[in-house]
Design a protein around this ligand. Structure first.
Ligand SMILES: Nc1ncnc2c1ncn2[C@@H]1O[C@H](COP(=O)(O)OP(=O)(O)OP(=O)(O)O)[C@@H](O)[C@H]1O
Ligand SMILES: [Mg+2]
Length: 386
């Protein structure tokens, strides 16, 4: 087993996921180097070496690799060709660039599920200019979902449209190039299973979590664990998630986003090859967090126990609609006075509507009480102009 204390990890991306990954390894004195477009980012203060540059820049990624023992990324939009080149030349990249290449393109990703017998909703891949000519009768219901194959995140690049609008030539303006059209799943329950797999093939998943979405901004409103679904659904979801990561031959941390349809079928929506919003609560609620688990994999340490210690609710703190720029956080005192509430602040210098500014997790032996406390706190926590 590697002694972690002198290892240097290079992270492509300097956002909040990187910040929480670094925080998980603080007790171990691991060093981190960061590549990010601007110093004004959550990871800047934690970096041993900070490289300012585009996450797509071949030379900057190589510069990061030259001073790091292992490379990882905390966002999907990074130069994947460079990652593959580095791996061919002996650099450890976790998860592998060849996996990121599949994930980066929602069309390729969907095709991968289909080819590997992994349940997903029916889909068509087409150029966005050709959607009006499609025969949409294969999709039941009145609506379909259109997703940009490349470049989407946090629900941007996803649009739910009526079939008649599509046939009348309407396409969301942001969409260019190839898109996936897929079946809209009505009354869906959204689940997530975070799966960890190490280089020896040892695999361990975190207890399933359930997400509640804010339909207006298409972002997670809150999530809770344990999920309220039946044990049978939990088993189905876990089996599908593990099967997907094995099919990818994935090494690292993967968030498998799943849909439970109202008919009781579990299907894959998408996979994120990195720590994920749906695993923030594992920092306080589980024996090992998703972040520590990724560190263990990168340091060749045994996987940690993933059991939930106590029920938890995680809520994102999203920039208010009417505030842009410098801000303060209203309601902080209420949060800090609540038993079992934990704040994570991402150190973003400016807020904007819909931006993820932080999150909080509430632990309570009674899940309903954790949900209630979270709702109360969410009402009070607001970004305000400075
Ligand atoms: N086929 C579908 N049926 C119903 N709702 C869907 C479907 N596909 C996506 N959605 C809704 O849109 C959300 C965002 O979709 P998706 O996860 O594919 O995009 P994303 O941009 O990668 O989002 P994120 O970064 O938040 O994961 C989903 O979590 C779900 O609420
Ligand atoms: Mg998603």
């Amino acid at each position: 087993m590697t002694q972690p204390f002198s290892t240097k990890i290079g992270i492509i991306g300097g956002g909040q996921l990187g910040k929480m990954l670094i925080e998980s390894a603080k007790p171990w004195n691991v060093e981190f180097n960061i590549l990010e477009a601007s110093k004004d980012c959550p990871c800047f203060e934690y970096a041993s070496t900070f490289i300012e540059g585009s996450l797509m820049d071949d030379e900057k990624i190589k510069e990061l690799a030259a001073i790091s023992d292992v490379i990882t990324y905390e966002i999907e939009h990074v130069g994947v060709e460079t990652l593959k080149f580095l791996e061919q030349n002996g650099t450890a990249v976790i998860p592998s660039g060849s996996i990121l290449e599949i994930i980066q393109d929602k069309g390729v990703q969907k095709q991968f599920y289909k080819d590997n017998g992994l349940a997903t909703s029916p889909f068509i891949i087409v150029d966005s200019s050709e959607t009006s000519q499609l025969d949409l009768s294969r999709f039941p219901g009145n609506r379909v979902v259109i997703k940009s194959c490349k470049g989407g995140y946090d629900g941007k690049g996803v649009s739910i449209m009526s079939k008649s609008d599509i046939s009348n030539g309407k396409t969301p303006e942001v969409f260019q190039g190839r898109v996936v059209l897929e079946n809209f799943v009505p009354e869906v329950t959204e689940l997530s299973v975070i799966v960890a797999r190490d280089a020896s093939g040892d695999i361990r998943s975190f207890p399933i979590v359930e997400m509640v979405f804010d339909p207006e901004i298409n972002l997670v409103d809150y999530l809770f664990a344990p999920s309220a679904v039946s044990n049978q659904v939990k088993d189905q979801a876990n089996t599908l998630a593990v099967k997907a990561i094995e099919a990818l031959n994935g090494v690292g941390i993967f968030a498998v986003e799943l849909f439970l349809t109202k008919e009781g079928e579990v299907i894959i929506n998408e996979i994120a090859p990195r720590p994920h919003n749906s695993g923030h609560h594992t920092i306080e609620a589980n024996y090992t967090s998703q972040y520590e688990q990724l560190m263990r994999i990168m340091l060749n340490m045994p996987l940690g126990e993933t059991d939930l210690i106590t029920p938890a609710v995680m809520t994102n703190i999203i920039g208010a609609d009417n505030v842009t720029g410098a801000y303060t956080l209203g309601g902080l005192e209420d949060l800090m006075a609540t038993k079992g509430a934990y704040l994570h602040w991402y150190n973003k210098s400016v807020t904007k509507p819909g931006r993820k500014m932080g999150h909080f997790t509430v632990l309570d032996s009674d899940l309903d009480s954790a949900v209630q406390k979270s709702h109360d706190l969410k009402r009070m926590l607001k970004t305000q102009p400075q």
